[in-house]
Write a new protein. Sequence first.
Length: 148
Amino acid sequence: MHIIFDNIRINRNTILRICIGMIFLWFGIVKFFPGSSPAESLASGTICTLTFHVISPPTCTVTLAIFESLIGISLVFGRLLKPVLVLLFLHMLGTLLTFFIFPDLMFAKFPFVLTMQGQYVMKNIIIMAAILIIWPSEGYNKKYFKKD
């Protein structure tokens, strides 16, 4: 048991990175199938509003599907981490804009009672915190926790 927990401790940032990557890959792939993502209308509505409706909702959804899938793949395989973590952090900030763009969809009773959509978006704060954990530590484990 001791060896298992030591390995988890040593690799915890990598485990966290891969788990977030799997979530983003999953969410991205689902968006390729219209009507399959519960967040589809909220996501496309937010992007369309931010782009002043220059981009159509289906194009917004496909673009987001590609974006999230590529982020997921990058995180799972540990490639291009710094630029991808920056993009992911900006993406998460963008999702929080829904609280300002669509407050009626986010709050059942302002400011504390969230709707299900509000809870779905609010959990992105955890992903933002995880990005901050992953960023400075990626590669740290390999450098300082080598097994003899």
